[in-house]
Design a binder for this molecule. Structure first.
Ligand code: BYC
Length: 327
């Protein structure tokens, strides 16, 4: 019903309404679900929040891969908690997305058909235990860099979901760094595994921030609407500045020959990732795209009996309540 309400307002967008909406954003006001919003704002939020929710759910897969093979009971318990947190993040974000008039079933259908994306990073494999360290340290580290500013995003439900998500992501980043520390201070073989994980995850982590500002399609409008607070390149640079000293502290080498501290700018100069590879991954041609989507489609199909059971129970209960009310 809410979706219909929004759609019926869509054709009547006037320049005055759009200007008034922009003025609210510029004053730093939060936009809440039942308030008027331009159709473009609603659509881009569904795209970004939906993609983010899918990333959390698909992001469980590469880590779930290591739950049964964690080296100690303690590491296993920590990893399990982290993977469960990701499911929770997905649920907050799907709920935030639903307030925009799209159903969860529609979002899943779009994920399964390939019409909606999830973060490129999850199309890379996790080959060794050290990858659990690299994912926590670099992938969650990049996610936090992107998501902390999103706590101030203009759409209320998204901004509020981000507050809790960011707290949990900090724990995830710490657990990753702790795994890396243990490996980096271990035997030569363990240190080599940690270095190998850094080598494989460094550039895919840089890709998480999206294409360069010059190639970004949505940045300008999304920044004007405060759906996005910082540009892709800005956040990527911040991530490199924070992460390089952490790699040095571990005694590991960032796999970039051009990495150099720039005294003038105060930033680390670094090499760009291979953007051709990035766009290929987005098109579905990454190393694990098929496996990841296959796992999600299978989970959906395998869960059909359970969803049917829930709906049948809900229908029966509603009918019983109606019968009681009619007596
Ligand atoms: N992967 O105009 P642009 C996590 C697409 S992980 C896939 O710059 P925008 C987690 C983009 O969608 C992180 N696609 O886009 C961590 C657009 O294509 P469409 C999840 C990407 O939206 C550990 C096109 O490229 N976080 O949470 O302004 C464990 C042009 O890009 C990527 C979020 O999603 C990518 N890396 O900026 C578990 C944060 N980059 O849609 C989970 C919220 C770009 O027009 N999202 N594209 O077909 C954002 O902040 C922004 O959406 C992005 C991209 C910075 C990602």
């Amino acid at each position: 019903m809410y979706a219909q309400m929004i759609k019926s307002e869509k054709s009547n967008e006037t320049p005055e309404e759009l200007a008034a909406f922009q003025a609210r954003i510029d004053r730093g006001e939060r936009i809440e679900p039942k308030e008027w919003m331009p159709e473009g704002y609603r659509k881009t939020l569904i795209r970004q929040i939906g993609q983010h929710a899918h990333s959390e759910i698909v992001g469980q897969l590469p880590e779930g891969n290591w739950v049964t093979r964690a080296p100690t009971l303690e590491r296993k318990a920590i990893l399990l908690a982290k993977v469960q947190d990701e499911a929770g993040h997905g649920l907050y974000l799907y709920s935030a997305c639903e307030t925009l008039g799209v159903s969860r079933d529609e979002l899943f259908e779009k994920l399964h058909s390939g019409a909606m994306k999830y973060s490129s990073i999850f199309n890379y494999p996790t080959l060794t235990w050290a990858d659990m360290g690299a994912v926590g340290w670099l992938v969650d580290g990049a996610a936090i860099m992107n998501q902390v500013p999103l706590q101030r995003t203009s759409y209320g439900p998204y901004a509020r979901a981000m507050i809790r998500i960011c707290k949990e992501e900090s724990f995830h980043q710490r657990q990753g760094y702790s795994v890396m520390m243990k490996m980096a201070q271990g035997t030569e073989a363990q240190k080599a595994m940690a270095q190998d994980a850094l080598n494989r995850f460094w550039y895919p982590a840089l890709m998480m921030f999206g294409p360069s500002d010059a190639e970004s399609v949505h940045s300008e409008q999304n920044m004007a609407w405060k759906i996005k607070i910082n540009s892709n390149d800005e956040l990527r640079q911040r991530f490199v500045n924070e992460t390089v000293p952490q790699a040095h502290y571990l005694g590991l080498t960032v796999p970039d020959e051009n990495l150099k501290f720039n005294e003038e700018t105060g930033n680390w100069d670094f090499s760009q990732p291979d953007w051709t590879e990035f766009f290929e991954v987005l098109k579905g041609n990454g190393p694990c795209n098929e496996e990841r989507l296959g796992a999600r489609r299978k989970a959906w199909d395998d869960g059909e009996w359970f969803r049917d059971g829930l709906s049948a129970y809900a229908e029966k209960s509603a009918a019983r309540r109606a019968a009681v009310a009619a007596e």
